[in-house]
Design a protein around this ligand. Structure first.
Ligand SMILES: *Cc1c(COP(=O)(O)O)cnc(C)c1O
Length: 232
């Protein structure tokens, strides 16, 4: 199967899953996770009509951004050090992995200089997995309150990577908890648009469950591009 074939099959699956649970498929965005995949693979996806990509490594993303047509839009979905905030502010349409005050502050400083604003998600460690980054669920509200003092940052929702498990119902409970947390925070009016918040959850192996639990952004790599090469 080609990248175009796999993209079409995932789009079809998104549509079917959404309709089956009474959701409008157009409310679900597919981020094609292109980390460690070549520029040629990204261009192949673009030729198939896909323009939204996710990258995890700043250096790699900067290089790709420079070489790829501006029609491509990138979300940053990796761990981000505060000293890389300048590049993040320059390169991405959304940073999905804001999990601390210091990073938000650094992003805002660079966004001021660039005179632009940036959509961000708060990354939540919903399963309290010691190996995962993200803020704990009970601290997310406090961080969002602090972010209200950063005018260049638009907090539009939440993102999570749940603990790895083969138990589908356990995965579902993490996604559900992210949705409930988002609802609670929206009731406190802590997002840029509290009527429409983004929930970024679900990857190649569990995106259907994520859609059933309310995902508005799914991040799919392997199921589109195949296994990741070790190096670009
Ligand atoms: C790599 C990655 C993905 C994609 O994972 P696949 O299993 O290849 O679909 C999604 N989200 C994040 C944060 C990632 O780092």
């Amino acid at each position: 199967m080609t990248i175009a074939d796999r993209l079409h099959s995932i789009q079809k699956s998104i549509t079917e899953t959404a309709i089956a649970c009474g959701r409008n498929p157009s409310t679900i965005k597919l981020v094609a996770v292109s980390k460690r995949h070549s520029i040629a693979s990204i261009e192949e996806a673009m030729e198939a009509g896909h323009f939204l990509f996710g990258e995890n490594y700043m250096q790699e993303a900067a290089e790709k951004r420079q070489k790829i047509n501006n029609a491509a839009v990138f979300h940053f979905i990796g761990n981000i050090q505060s000293n890389k905030a300048k590049q993040a502010a320059e390169l991405f349409s959304m940073v999905e992995t804001v999990d601390r005050y210091k990073l938000a502050k650094a992003l805002n400083t660079h966004l001021e200089k660039l005179e632009r604003s940036l959509d961000i998600l708060i990354q939540v460690n919903i399963g309290r997995d010691v190996k995962k980054s993200g803020i704990t669920p009970e601290k997310a509200g406090e961080l969002l309150e602090q972010i209200t003092s950063f005018p260049r940052i638009r907090p539009v929702g939440l993102m999570t990577i749940p603990p790895l498990t083969n138990d589908i119902e356990e995965t579902r409970s993490y996604f559900k908890n992210l949705r409930l947390l988002g609802k609670n925070l929206a009731e406190q009016a802590l997002f840029a648009d509290n009527k429409n918040i983004e929930l970024s959850m679900g990857m190649s192996h569990d995106f259907k469950i994520a859609i059933e639990e309310g995902a508005t952004i799914i991040r799919v790599g392997t199921a589109i591009f195949g296994p990741r090469p070790n190096q670009v």
